[in-house]
Design a binder for this molecule. Structure first.
Ligand SMILES: *Cc1c(COP(=O)(O)O)cnc(C)c1O
Length: 717
């Protein structure tokens, strides 16, 4: 059985598997790591490198023999090698023109896995999903980000339900990264000059399947003690920290590519944080290709793609002139433009001194192709930025849209994956961005689909009990409270999940707006409802923290009958359990502030149904049969009226559609009409809102034309 593999060779194979984040979307490899030591696996945040450190090659070999893991390890290792070597990809078959000039994808955060805390939320998870799909499709792409050694905060609630933030040091040696090497084989440090001295950053390399992810890190000798902490925390510090981080990401990122010997054909700026990159690209073109400033600017714009992610004003970074001059001054000297010209690049009205420098404006001005992240967000963004093109009518504003999607293998539960494998065409995972394979869902036996869903719901309930009882124990609560937590929730009860940032526009407490009506729903003896909440508030968002408190403290109020639970520390792991196990995913933002949203797309894959305001992706996804809509997608004159109307609409649809359909059972106790909706949801939405479809759209309508290939500017007006 256990082949001739020596303990050392076995150990090396496990390390190779842990060293490429490809494993994060392969459940058979995840299960393999878990089987090595299930308890430590959980305690170590599902980090295989940390786990392997606890084994000697000999102990690993004996554990592998005991658990019959040899052939699984060999098989996984072979698959990884084949994956990395294969050139038989969607991109290759499209005869793309990018070739040796890859897309450079810049993002301030990457959410790839819970063991890698370099993301805070939706933007990061989207970037992670984007590069995973680029890997799967074979799109030549390198990614640039920052390495935050403390990441984003860990959330705990105190006895009053108030959020407490804690930052933890990440152990670099436990992460799958190594120093990136230059053409000459040397570790790379880039230097960025400011009016105030030089800022240094070293460069790490992480492998995400076929994609190389480079992360810049200011914790290097030669930086001041303060600058060594510059990239410690995601979205920490003040405006000055922020601009310095963005300088490192944008300008430092372009310099790092240069040092690596990579010359990109396209620069994709995912959100404004990285928009300074364009100015460094202009400098390169002037100094290396001898272009004039105007030509270099035009060329840079031709090769740049900009994606805007939010209509919320606070989501658009703005800096005052002094900060811009301090940090971009040497660069503007190098390209020979004036102080006013530089500031003009970040202003709607170039000469308006009252206007601060906006990173979104810079991104829009210096990219020929720009897009929003859903159809509705496209309309909103064109209206929002129309004054940048005052001579154009709104329909001609050059901002298109490519709706966000999620990386299917990362968010699909193993059990559901097995169900699809049984019923879909054998190579469905390679065409998951297309409609065809998914239509097979309508041939699946309703009982089989329902049983799989119920099994996943059970796993979620177990997870909630484990987490909430641990929370209670940590707070030193009495034994009865811990015991109550161990028995929370009921598998037979309609379960609604709400997991997202607690930004106030997302209105986490909308259900609390009519307490009597809510209590009636929760405690209806024949058709009860239970709610699972999770989410972090930004450390400075006091109203958001109050929302958390209101929900978390429901457990002290006997009227709620323990039917509302709050799980601390929402992250990719908590999110994954929730989207895989809920019956219904609730999304009730104040329209049209949710640019896209992606968590509901993850729910689709696993058979849950969306109950959402017609905002973001749901406005173009909902067809009447594939989930539920709150309201009719109208806007009201004031927030107060909107909130009141939406609150009523939410209760109406819950009472009249959601709850009644869920509890309507046939003789086999199957909710036939509900299951039909699950199938409609999977069949009509899973492929359209997949990251594979999204990356194919970016490739066809942005990357290829920006690289100078045949222009097929479909949606890019
Ligand atoms: C998917 C995801 C998000 C984004 O979801 P939204 O619908 O935009 O709220 C945020 N955080 C985590 C951890 C996620 O997995």
């Amino acid at each position: 059985m256990s082949s001739e593999l020596t303990p050392d060779a076995l150990y090396d194979k496990c390390h190779a598997l842990a060293g490429n984040l490809w494993w994060t979307w392969h459940p058979e490899v995840i299960n393999l790591f878990r089987d090595l030591d299930p308890i430590r696996w959980r305690q170590l945040d599902h980090n295989p490198i940390a786990l392997l450190k606890e084994f000697t090659p000999e102990r690993l070999a004996s554990r592998a023999a005991e658990m019959v893991l040899y052939s699984r390890i060999n098989h996984a290792f072979r698959r990884l090698k084949e994956y990395l070597a294969s050139s038989n990809t969607w991109y290759a078959s499209q005869a793309g023109v990018l070739g040796s000039k890859p897309v450079a994808y810049f993002s301030a955060e990457f959410g790839i896995h819970e063991s890698l805390p370099i993301y805070s939320g939706g933007l990061g998870v989207l970037s992670g999903d984007h590069i995973k799909s680029a890997s799967g499709l074979g799109v030549p792409l390198v990614a640039i980000g920052l390495f935050y050694d403390q990441g984003y905060f860990k959330q705990q609630l105190d006895e009053n339900g108030f959020q407490v933030e804690e930052y933890m040091d990440t152990k670099v040696e436990n992460l799958p990264m190594k120093p990136a090497l230059s053409k000459e084989g040397k570790p790379i440090t880039v230097g960025i000059d400011t009016r105030n001295g030089r800022l240094l950053a070293k460069v790490w390399l992480m492998r995400v399947g076929r994609v190389d992810l480079y992360l810049l890190d200011c914790d290097v000798e030669g930086n001041s003690p303060q600058d060594r902490e510059l990239t410690s925390r995601l979205y920490g510090g003040d405006e000055r920290t922020r601009i310095r981080q963005e300088l490192v990401l944008g300008v430092g990122g372009v310099k790092a590519l240069k040092a690596l010997g990579i010359s990109p054909g396209v620069y994709h700026l995912n959100e404004g944080h990285s928009a300074f990159a364009t100015i460094e690209v202009i400098r390169e073109k002037m100094h290396e290709d001898g272009m004039s400033f105007d030509d270099a600017l035009r060329e840079t714009a031709q090769h740049s793609v900009f994606t805007t992610h939010t209509p919320v004003p606070a989501g658009h970074d703005r800096f005052d002139a002094a900060l811009i001059e301090e940090h971009l001054g040497p660069l503007r000297d190098a390209i020979g433009i004036s102080y006013e010209q530089l500031l003009g690049l970040g202003r709607v009205e170039p000469h308006n001194d009252a206007e601060s420098f906006c990173m979104t404006v810079l991104g829009l001005k210096l990219s020929r192709r720009a897009n929003a992240v859903s159809q509705l967000h496209g309309h909103v963004s064109r209206r929002m930025w129309a004054h940048l093109w005052p001579w154009r009518v709104e329909e001609e504003i050059p901002i298109g849209h490519i709706t966000n999607g999620v990386h299917v293998p990362s968010w699909l539960a193993h059990q559901m994956r097995q169900l699809y494998d049984r019923h879909f065409p054998s190579d469905w995972i390679h065409s998951m961005g297309e409609a065809d394979p998914w239509q097979k869902i309508h041939d699946v036996d309703p009982g089989e689909l329902w049983e799989t869903h119920v099994a996943l719901k059970n796993l979620l309930i177990e997870f909630v009990r484990r987490r909430v009882s641990r929370q209670a124990r940590r707070r030193g609560e009495p034994d009865e409270a811990v015991e109550t937590a161990r028995n929370l929730l009921d598998n037979g009860v309609l379960t609604i999940g709400f997991g997202r940032r607690f930004a106030t526009y997302k209105r986490a407490t909308l259900l609390m707006s009519d307490l009597d009506r809510l209590l009636e729903l929760l405690n209806n003896p024949a058709r009860p409802v239970q709610l699972i909440f999770a989410g972090k508030a930004h450390p400075k968002d006091e109203p958001g923290k109050k929302f958390i408190q209101a929900i978390a403290n429901a457990r002290h109020d006997p009227r709620f009958n323990n039917r509302i639970v709050f799980i601390e520390d929402y992250d990719i792991n908590v999110g994954r359990h929730m989207v895989q196990g809920v019956d219904v995913w609730l999304n009730n933002p104040r329209r049209p502030l949710e640019a896209s949203g992606t968590s509901g797309q993850k729910v689709v894959l696993n058979g849950g149904l969306n109950l959402s305001v017609l905002d973001g992706w749901w406005a173009e996804a909902y067809d009447g049969q594939n989930g539920f809509a709150i309201g009719k997608g109208t806007n009201h004159v004031s927030d107060e009226i909107t909130d009141a109307r939406d609150g009523e609409a939410l209760f109406d649809v819950l009472e009249n559609q959601v709850i009644s359909t869920y509890y309507q059972r046939d003789v086999d106790d199957l909710p036939r009409a509900w299951i039909k909706r699950m199938m409609n949801s999977i069949g009509s939405l899973a492929w359209r809102f997949s990251a594979h479809r999204m990356v194919m759209d970016y490739t066809r309508s942005c990357y290829v034309p920006a690289a100078g290939g045949l222009s097929c500017d479909m949606q890019m007006r």
